[in-house]
Design a protein around this ligand. Structure first.
Ligand SMILES: [Zn+2]
Length: 216
């Protein structure tokens, strides 16, 4: 309906399921487009840029400037063909990430989370998944990394409302990866020394398919 679309386009509140988790799987195309069309794509920071290697600041002002940042992040994510993007990946020192990612059942999730905190997940839901992982800030490199295949994140939406998000499979990986970013960690920081070196070598040998911020 028109009114719903309008509300969501301006960053409306997502519905929640009966356990209080946001339903971020509806109207994905419309919501992602609405964000992206209000945004400007910005170049991506790469490993070595100091903004990626320290904890970002908490979001405290849920204002127009934040809404513009989220829009810019969706635009940048699309340009770089990413499935998740943290604010410090476009050089902004604030705890926000956006995502446009499939879970292990092929459902698309679209959303934005401020001040995310990963929740401890019960042991029976923490099967490790050893899929390949990559990062827009480590262009052209991939490495296998074991992560729990289920994750829950609490935080706030871009209006400041408390939210809980959960995901399985690749989306679980995404939630963990993006939260890590905002605390100053890249996935390569979780690799063995050897695998990290190999990922950095892949990056040296490759050419990113999207604009990046050169390091000094
Ligand atoms: Zn990343």
């Amino acid at each position: 309906m028109a009114q719903d679309t309008e509300q969501q386009a301006s960053g409306g509140v997502l519905p929640v399921d009966d356990e209080g988790f946001v339903i971020d799987t509806e109207d994905c195309e419309e919501r992602e487009t609405a964000y992206r069309e209000r945004g400007t794509s910005r170049p991506i920071t790469v490993v070595g840029n100091p903004v990626l290697h320290k904890e970002c600041k908490d979001v405290t002002a849920f204002d127009d400037e934040l809404a513009q940042l989220v829009a810019d992040m969706f635009a940048s994510q699309r340009t770089a063909e990413g499935v998740g993007l943290a604010a410090n990946q476009i050089g902004v020192d604030l705890k926000v990430f956006v995502y446009d990612c499939m879970d292990d059942e092929g459902r698309r999730h679209v959303g934005a989370i401020c001040n995310p905190v990963l929740r401890e997940v019960p042991a029976d839901r923490r099967q490790l998944d050893e899929s390949n992982e990559g990062c827009l800030s480590v262009p052209t490199a991939y490495a296998e990394l074991a992560r729990p295949d289920y994750a829950e994140v609490t935080g706030q939406d871009e209006k400041g409302n408390p939210v809980k998000v959960r995901g399985t499979g690749y989306f679980s990986r995404c939630l963990q990866h993006e939260t890590d970013h905002l605390y100053g960690y890249l996935y390569i920081d979780r690799l063995s020394k050897r695998d990290r070196k190999d990922a950095l070598r892949q990056m040296e040998e490759g050419t990113p398919r999207y604009p990046v911020v050169p390091n000094d």
